[in-house]
Design a protein around this ligand. Structure first.
Ligand code: SAH
Length: 245
């Protein structure tokens, strides 16, 4: 007999940003498999569970995806309730549906539980409105990090009039900047870089496309960080100044 696997979004880091459903899944789990961007503080909701760390952080030593999937399958087939805890939302750069499909194909029922994705959490925590009437009619969630070397359509992104929300961008800042300059984005386009969003150690660096590399260097920007590129960034500065005036 197989039990269900819950693919659970643990949110951006602040344990209070877990959903009630995530807390329920954790409290019912026999086995919890936890990614390394997940704040271990959330494990207070599953003192009964066996916890297995399965970090897959880019550039670090990691547990191969195939191994993680087989482990989930093994425990589910033993009749255990398995929770796979992923940072942010499982379906935003998180392979959530890959694992969901793979489990289904192997006869195991899976359910995906939303989490608050880091980009949305970071922007909101810094009072940056990703959409704003008359300024930004949408937001594009993107990553410059690819496994197959394919590239984004930077021209279309630069012309889209949407706020760009960049994941996994820290190691690619120079490339992202160059692509946007090539696409004609103005050099004083405001940018915010938000490190460790929603955690006590959250830091925010405001910059522009022109100064991006110098500012990131001076700030000693480190992963995990998200980047917000768009007019909305300066809008929030104006609003914050007005608020504190
Ligand atoms: N599924 C996750 C994203 C995984 S990709 C989500 O929905 O949030 C990993 C990237 O997410 C990191 O490189 C970074 O860009 C971003 N990220 C994750 N946690 C973060 C945090 N607390 N603060 C800033 N960025 C974060």
């Amino acid at each position: 007999m197989s039990n269900k696997v819950w693919l659970v979004g643990a949110g951006p880091g602040d344990p209070e940003l877990l959903t009630l459903k995530a807390v329920r899944a954790l409290s019912e789990a026999d086995v919890v498999m936890i990614d390394d961007l997940v704040n271990p503080a959330v494990l207070k909701h599953c003192p009964q569970a066996r916890v297995i760390k399965v970090g897959k952080r880019g550039g670090c030593r990691s547990t191969p995806q195939d191994f993680i999937q087989r482990l989930m399958l093994r425990y589910a087939r033993q009749g255990k309730c398995v929770v796979r805890l992923k940072g942010g939302d499982p379906c935003i750069f998180g392979r959530g549906t890959e694992e969901y499909d793979w489990l289904n194909a192997h006869g195991v029922e899976a359910e995906i539980v939303n989490g608050i994705t880091a980009g949305l959490a970071g922007a909101t925590n810094c009072a940056i409105p990703l959409t704003l009437r008359g300024i930004a009619r949408g937001v594009s969630l993107i990553t410059a990090h690819t496994e197959d070397g394919s590239d984004l359509n930077w021209q279309a992104l630069a012309d889209s009039g949407t706020t760009l929300l960049v994941y996994m961008g820290v190691a690619k800042l120079a490339d992202i900047r160059q692509q946007l300059l090539n696409a004609g984005m103005r050099v004083d386009m405001p940018i915010a870089m938000i490190e460790n969003a929603s955690l006590p150690e959250q830091r925010e660096c405001r910059s522009t496309l022109r100064r991006l590399l110098d500012d990131a260097h001076d700030f000693r920007l480190k992963s995990p960080a998200i980047m917000v590129i768009g007019e909305v960034v300066s809008q929030s500065t104006v609003q914050l100044k007005q608020l504190s005036a």
